[in-house]
Design a protein around this ligand. Structure first.
Ligand code: ADP
Length: 743
């Protein structure tokens, strides 16, 4: 199928946002508009959701490249959203069909919740009948109707609740979690100061994702989600849990309640009720915070920008070249890929969840949320209701060490390791100052309480050293492991941590002390580690970069200016490409691709023409090791030399703030999942009395352990990165949304 209609006219695509607004909708709209133009199609923005389609006129406007400039980082949806009651009627949909047909639009990308997608599918089903009726009424010529006899659709899920069954994450959920965690971290410090309890109510009528994810990432004590209503007597259980926490010296208690939480009779559990229970039974001053629409507001997170951009891009390809003609798809990001799931099935499954809950089939309701939700649910249970706060006598000893560069989320990972380790019956030992500290015997047991408050803090409380042990160091390390009776080792860190663990594994014949289970957990802002699509810390650094870029753009908004921004990442271009994609850069320079003088010259030419044609701002993002010769300074000077007064040039090197950020919700959740899986790996190995080495990571939303034995096969040692890097697949997306095709 070409991107032209039968008569040679370009295909026309409509895009609209509908239902509840969600952060990232603008990024998706921008990507739809620009990808469509890049593909030679025409694109129409439909304003105020389905209502714009019904109203026609200015409600449906052809969009050009610049109509979506500067919206990537804006909250809400610039084309408006609306809950159109008229669209629920056939009469309304008939008007909508007429307005689309008149303009030759027969492809639609809709960004909305399950309600919007239901309406969309209904419209598609009825389309032939609606057109027949228009022809019969004399409202449309038969040839026109025949030329557009099929409405081709694609759905993107805009929903802060993350509630669409079959889609791992929905547009807006990550940003909502950012807002919630901001509030939770703030509440937890004030609660701790006054030894108060807080009840936090978050959105989620039928879906507990936000509540659960927030409770884990915020280190909370109790959570109530709609999918799994608590059994009778839950109030006693909750109070007992809070009491135990207090008895251990915990200064704050926080209960998270999803707005749709109920008990098993279906009666709503309000945050006010939870408050009264705590304050009556525990005699504690308890406050309620209902976050409400704050969760929808603010700037979109980095994830909601790049993922929505990718989705918008793919949605255009889906309506131009349907993957399964006649069976519409909804698109979602799943790990390192965009997946297309049957729209009708996904919507039906989503709408069945409240029915399952009402029927008391909680297991099915939970199952509908997918494996990672359930995994998080179980981990939360372990963390908030531990089997024990102390390891049993004679428990196996697992040591935790950090190595490599600092990454946000190291503390989260260490905290989860200590608490899950203890509740699973191990003694947890913290090694201070990395492998150097291990050589010098800087080890101490860590108790449940020692890691209080580590969940959301940046830095690494245990300390770390970048160095990889030398052959000479290995003897001392082996001695220290033996002297301290270490039965297993959890290495949390970046490239050097992987190198160190691999070295120990390779030398295990020579040093029996290394014949213990060793598992490496990926934490690195560079995101250059094997066996994982994302490492803990990469999302936090990316958010730092994107927020810096937002401010840089603002600083340049009053003049005409070109910026060259440099990101960290060593030889890995993840931060540069993703910051460029999420920040709306015109160019990115990566080590993976190198920089050629010819292409730099072409960029400079383009820039001169573009400023001459009215451009006011230009942004290039350069990875710190993109090229040894063409440095950030060099590129800036090149741009400056070509400016002839049309613009001025500034450079900005973002630097170490990328490593020092507080971990984002996504990084805290990832840290929790990878550590939990690592400890299971260690437990299995200890139970079968076998040593071995593994590295753990995220692959297609599953947490997977891979043997260290084969690790080096998958990496480019010289450049310290995996041979295959999934995110390089976003290069064409970046191209399509930033380089306007010339006529
Ligand atoms: P969300 O998309 O966020 O779930 P709604 O359920 O309110 O939000 O749906 C948004 C809009 O989608 C509705 O106002 C209506 O215009 C349209 N819509 C929803 N369900 C249907 C339906 N069954 N038939 C036709 N249109 C529908």
């Amino acid at each position: 199928m070409s991107n032209q209609q039968a008569g040679g006219a370009p295909v026309r695509i409509g895009v609209l946002t509908s239902g509840g607004d969600a952060q990232g909708m603008n990024a998706a709209v921008r990507a739809v508009v620009r990808t469509a133009i890049s593909r030679g199609a025409e694109v129409y923005a439909i304003f105020e959701g389905y209502q714009g389609m019904i109203d026609g006129g200015a409600g449906i406007r052809r969009f050009g490249w610049d109509d979506v400039a500067a919206i990537l980082g804006r909250g809400g949806t610039v084309i408006g959203t609306f809950r159109s009651t008229q669209f629920r009627t056939r009469e309304g949909r008939l008007k909508a069909a007429r307005n689309l047909l008149e303009r030759g639009i027969d492809r639609l990308v809709v960004i909305g919740g399950d309600g919007s997608l239901t309406g969309l599918n209904r419209f598609r089903d009825e389309w032939p009948d609606l057109l027949a009726e228009l022809v019969a009424n004399g409202e449309a010529p038969a040839e026109l109707a025949a030329a557009h006899d099929d409405l081709i659709i694609a759905g993107l899920v805009g929903s802060i609740d993350n509630d669409l069954v079959g889609v791992e994450s929905t547009i807006g959920a990550d940003t909502a979690l950012h807002r919630i965690l901001f509030a939770l971290d703030a509440l937890s410090s004030t609660a701790a100061s006054h030894q108060r309890s807080f009840v936090l109510e978050v959105m989620g009528r039928h879906c507990g994702y936000l509540a659960l994810a927030a409770a884990i990432a915020g280190g909370c004590d109790y959570v109530l989600v709609p999918e799994n209503p608590p059994a009778p007597g839950w109030e006693d259980q909750m109070c007992e849990r809070l009491r135990r926490g207090r008895a251990r010296g915990r200064r704050d208690s926080i209960v998270v309640v999803a707005e749709g939480a109920t008990d098993q009779t279906g009666a709503p559990i309000s945050s006010e009720y939870v408050r009264s229970v705590i304050s009556d039974r525990l005699q504690e001053e308890t406050r309620v915070t209902i976050l409400g629409h704050v969760q929808r507001g603010g700037v979109p997170s980095a994830y909601d920008r790049w993922a929505s951009t990718w989705l918008g891009h793919e949605a255009v390809d889906e309506v131009l070249h349907p993957s399964t003609p006649g069976q519409p798809k909804v698109l979602g990001v799943l790990g390192n890929d965009v997946v297309r799931v049957p729209l009708v099935q996904a919507v039906q499954d989503t709408q069945r969840v409240p029915e399952l809950i009402a029927a008391g089939d909680y297991a099915a309701a939970m199952a509908a949320r997918g494996p990672s939700f359930n995994e998080l649910y179980d981990v939360f249970h372990e963390l908030s209701q531990p089997a024990a706060y102390e390891p049993p006598p004679g428990a196996k000893r697992i040591a935790i060490v950090h190595a490599g560069g600092l990454a946000p989320g190291m503390n989260t990972a260490a905290r989860v390791a200590v608490r899950l380790g203890i509740t699973r019956g191990f003694t947890m030992v913290g090694i201070r100052n990395g492998f150097t500290g291990l050589q010098h015997g800087q080890l101490a047991e860590l108790s449940w309480d020692d890691v209080e408050g580590w969940s959301g803090s940046g830095g690494a409380e245990l300390g770390l050293r970048r160095v990889v042990p030398t052959m000479e160091d290995l003897y001392k390390i082996a001695r220290s492991l033996e002297d301290n009776r270490i039965d297993a080792l959890l290495v949390i860190g970046g490239w050097n941590a992987y190198q160190s663990a691999h070295l120990m594994y390779e030398e295990r014949e020579r040093y029996p002390a290394f014949q213990i289970p060793i598992v490496v957990v990926p934490t690195s802002i560079d995101n250059n580690l094997p066996g994982t699509e994302l490492s803990v810390g990469a999302d936090s650094a990316l958010n730092v970069n994107v927020s810096a870029i937002d401010k840089i753009k603002m600083s340049g908004s009053a003049t005409t200016r070109a910026f060259v921004v440099e990101t960290m990442g060593r030889f890995c271009g993840f931060q540069a490409l993703m910051s460029g994609l999420a920040g709306g850069a015109e160019r990115v320079y990566l080590n993976e691709e190198g920089i050629e003088l010819n292409s730099l010259a072409a960029d400079v030419n383009w820039l001169q023409q573009s400023f001459a044609a009215g451009r006011r701002f230009f942004l290039a993002v350069r990875n710190e090791r993109a090229s040894d010769s063409y440095t950030t300074e060099f590129i800036s000077q090149l741009l400056d030399g070509a400016s002839r007064g049309a613009y001025d040039v500034r450079t900005h090197i973002i630097g170490h703030v990328q490593q020092g950020a507080e971990p984002t919700p996504a990084d805290r959740l990832l840290a929790t999942r990878v550590v939990s899986r690592s400890l299971y790996q260690i437990a299995d190995a200890l139970a079968s009395e076998q040593g071995g080495g593994w590295y753990v990571g995220l692959q297609a939303s599953q947490i997977v352990c891979s043997p260290l034995a084969h690790m080096m096969d998958s990496v480019d040692r010289l450049h310290r990165r995996p041979r295959q890097q999934w995110w390089m697949g976003l290069r064409p997306v970046m191209q399509a949304v930033t380089i306007e095709p010339t006529a």
